[in-house]
Ligand binder design. Structure first.
Ligand code: MCN
Length: 782
């Protein structure tokens, strides 16, 4: 590769993979420190219990134990609660949430005591010697029953399990719905999902001599974590450094300020020794946030000829036992897209946040948008059946076709071409052949039936703009920062406020900067994930890094070019406007032999021997970018399944996806993101569900019972892109990190129902396990 190449759009191999694939990555669990102690957390086995006594003596005297604390003993350590940054309504109930419970445990896995010992094994052994007297209390686990009068209360003093009610509706919504020719209402339950990042959470807190602490954490949010920990521990931000080294995935679950992070920081300072904790896999199932757990009543009102006129969603969303960083805001991340890619003038959404005695929920890939897309796309098929209109045709009749488009929900879609993605999908799918196969199997009465399901979706990602986030009561902004600095000999250092944990920013950011500055992609080094290295940033989640952080890089590049232009103009004694800049070289318009490279300008900036009067030395610029709109990717997906009608066994045979994410920076990365996202959506449809019993025991806490699919369960996906540039940013990009997860689940379930429609099956609870499919067939047959 050379500086003359164009890198944006090229399948540049990921720079980060060499070290990851050769085992030289640096994850927190690889780290060690002199004098380090290991932490183990004693967790409640009860979903709800009063703590009437904690006996720490046996643990304190056990081998290798350095210290043991109960929640009550540490209560005075905390300057504040673990933060919740999204009080979605003024009267939202936000109970205190300290790193350890002192008097009541409110979910299975709630931490009640902590042990520090010389080795990990000794810490775990000693944790088992802690005796806690629990008085079991009533448990609220089901999101609907928790709202009933007389339900056990998760937080007694609140007098209710209702955390908040949030609404958004167009004027005279009920009257508009009354006028619909046809009304279709369905109820959907999205199960609890348990994030399974390849790397479990891990922390190492290293105290300094003057009250400062460095926390290495497997986190997505080093910057936000620093101020969150400052709130909880009272340690000033200036004395807290947070480093996210290589991070092995997060999918939203590492977007939090966790109890173990606060404990490690506070106890490292207290003991004057580094403190380390790495989550066990089973611990991950109870101690890391969960996703989804929504019950939604969803309604479409439509005319007989298939124009949808009204959409209504009434959502009950489980918060779990406490509010983590953005728990209450998760439903809101879907609040504006319950009409999907369809033009629907009347709009009504109500969210009720509900406390339950379960692990707190929070962001899990898609956060709020898979929940919306699932109910929209399932109900599109139900409405098509009700109206006797082909399901693809019904979608087409309702697509938004004019852009920018002001939605009835209030936001504006930047750009899109929904017919184009669907056209391409149908070309790839060969629906006629599939339908002929389906008809032949039905005719023959085959045991194995096939079905085809569709999902056409759009979503809003790229979190920002700050003003809108403020208007919906999120306490932080949505901007992102970038610094670009030329080194004296011409290589380029980029410091980004984003914090990649698998998304390949080191490569993609280098591609953007290399193109703008006209340097080779290998000449660009990208630094991230360390609050001591980077300016303020807002980290990685909500598929924001490219449409916000990547665009910040573009702006910083223009500032660097502007400064270099002034230096070159001064050296060549021409006006800056007389220079043109191309492929890394400034040349005088009309006299191309009078030229200077940007690297030469950088060296001049470094020596500062001959700069324009008043110019600061150095070629380094920072930009902070706050976009004017969200980013609106969209697409059309289809699944083909084969269902054994005697056993309920369901196999995914094909998965075809056409996505539109605007300009593609790196097609290899985009394809990887789409594959990963689709896999997680398919898992929702077919495999994954965290199951609690009525006593609040989580029944599946290993991968033997919580079914994370591997490549063996999945066909090779067929993926293509259409490209509608975003007009709101100079790169024309939209986010991609969550699209697959948002789109996939309804496509698969619609396919299962299509396979069984001739038997009269109209619904199967997800995940559509063989047993559930078999029961649905049996019930339909009776
Ligand atoms: N990209 C591109 N062209 C586009 C869009 C994106 O080349 N038009 C590239 C970007 O340059 C970046 C990657 O795709 O390298 C993802 O970009 P973006 O959509 O901006 O998403 P983020 O980088 O902000 O990543 C967050 C997103 C989310 S919200 C979840 S959850 C998720 C995901 O990314 N978690 C992941 N992808 C993941 N991938 C891995 N490996 N691990 C996770 O935990």
């Amino acid at each position: 590769m050379s500086a003359a190449d164009t890198f944006v759009g090229a399948p540049v191999k990921r720079k980060e993979d060499r070290s990851l694939l050769t085992g030289s990555g640096s994850f927190v669990d690889n780290m060690t420190a002199v004098g380090m102690v290991w932490m183990a957390v004693v967790r409640s086995p009860y979903a709800h219990a009063r703590i009437s006594g904690v006996d720490l003596e046996a643990a304190r005297t056990a081998d290798g134990v350095v210290a043991v604390f109960s929640g009550a003993e540490l209560r005075d350590t905390w300057a504040g609660s673990l933060p919740c940054a999204w009080p979605v309504t003024e009267d939202m109930k936000s109970p205190p949430h300290y790193p350890l419970a002192a008097d009541e445990a409110r979910y299975q896995g709630d931490g009640v005591a902590v042990v520090l010992a010389e080795t990990r094994a000794l810490a775990r052994d000693a944790a088992e010697l802690v005796t806690v007297d629990y008085e079991p209390l009533g448990v609220a686990i089901d999101v609907e029953r928790a709202l009933e009068v007389g339900s056990p209360l998760v937080h007694d003093d609140l007098g209710t399990n209702e955390c908040y009610v949030w609404t958004l509706a167009t004027d005279a919504f009920d009257a508009a719905l009354d006028e619909a020719d046809v009304v279709v209402t369905r109820r959907y339950r999205l199960p609890r999902l348990i994030p399974n990042a390849m790397e479990p959470r891990s922390v190492l807190a290293q105290p300094g001599a003057a009250g400062e602490v460095t926390l290495y954490s497997a986190t997505q949010i080093p910057h936000i974590l620093r101020f969150g920990l400052s709130v909880t521990t009272g340690i000033p931000e200036a004395k807290l450094r947070v480093v996210a080294p290589d991070v092995g995935g997060g999918f939203g679950s590492k977007l939090d300020v966790y109890a173990e992070e606060a404990l490690a920081v506070a106890l490292a300072l207290r003991l004057g020794r580094p403190v380390k904790w790495t989550e066990e896999r089973s611990e991950n199932y109870v101690a890391t946030i969960h996703g989804r757990d929504f019950v939604t009543d969803f309604t479409f009102g439509a005319t007989r000829d298939g124009k949808i006129t009204s959409v209504k969603a009434d959502v009950k969303a489980s918060m779990g036992a406490y509010l983590q960083l953005v728990t209450p805001g998760i439903p809101l991340l879907g609040a504006w897209i319950y009409a999907g890619p369809y033009d629907i003038p009347n709009y009504s959404v109500t969210f009720t946040g509900v406390f339950t005695n379960a692990t707190p929920t929070d962001a899990y890939r898609g956060a709020g948008r898979p929940e919306a897309t699932y109910v929209i796309e399932r109900t599109m098929d139900a409405l098509a059946a009700e109206l006797g209109i082909d399901r693809v045709e019904l979608r087409r009749r309702n697509f938004i076709t004019e852009f920018p488009n002001q939605l009835s929900s209030g936001l504006t879609i930047d750009s899109g071409d929904y017919h184009a993605s669907l056209d391409k999908l149908l070309e790839m799918l060969d629906l006629d052949a599939l339908q002929a196969d389906q008809a032949a199997r039905r005719e023959r009465g085959d045991v194995k039936q096939i079905g085809v399901g569709f999902s056409t979706y759009n979503e809003m990602c790229g979190l920002a703009p700050s003003r809108i986030l403020g208007a919906i009561r999120y306490v932080a902004g949505g901007w992102e920062s970038a610094t670009i600095r030329f080194q004296p000999l011409g290589s380029v250092q980029v410091v980004t406020g984003t914090s990649p944990h698998g998304q390949g920013h080191e490569t993609a950011w280098a591609q953007i900067v290399a193109d703008q500055l006209g340097v080779d992609v290998d000449a660009v080094e990208v630094l991230h994930g360390d609050t001591a290295v980077s300016q303020h940033g807002l980290d990685t989640y909500g598929s924001r890094s490219l449409p916000v952080g990547g665009v910040a890089l573009w702006h910083a590049s223009q500032k660097v070019i502007d400064k270099a232009r002034s230096i070159v103009a001064h050296q060549l004694e021409v006006a800056p406007d007389d220079l043109e800049f191309s492929a890394g070289t400034f040349s005088v318009k009309g006299s191309p032999d009078r030229s200077m490279t940007i690297q030469a300008a950088a060296f001049e900036a470094f020596t500062a021997h001959n700069l324009p009067d008043g110019m600061e030395p150095g070629l380094e610029e920072t930009a902070v970018y706050d976009p004017p709109n969200f980013s609106w990717p969209a697409g059309a997906h289809a699944a083909v399944v084969e269902v054994d009608t005697e056993t309920g066994d369901t196999r995914l045979v094909r998965y075809v996806a056409v996505d539109d994410v605007g300009t593609v920076v790196n097609p290899l990365i985009v394809d990887g993101q789409i594959h990963g996202g689709i896999t997680q959506g398919i898992a929702t449809a077919l495999f994954e569900e965290g199951v609690y019993d009525d006593h609040g025991n989580l029944l599946n806490t290993t991968m033997a019972t919580y079914l994370v699919p591997s490549a063996a369960e999945l066909p090779s996906f067929e993926t293509e892109l259409t490209e509608t540039k975003s007009p709101t940013n100079p790169l024309g990009v939209k986010g991609v990190g969550e699209t697959g997860t948002i789109a996939a689940a309804p496509a698969v379930v619609n396919a299962v129902l299509d396979a069984l429609s001739h038997l009269g099956v109209t619904d199967v609870q997800i995940p559509t396990s063989p047993e559930r499919v078999w029961r649905a067939i049996e019930e339909a047959r009776q």
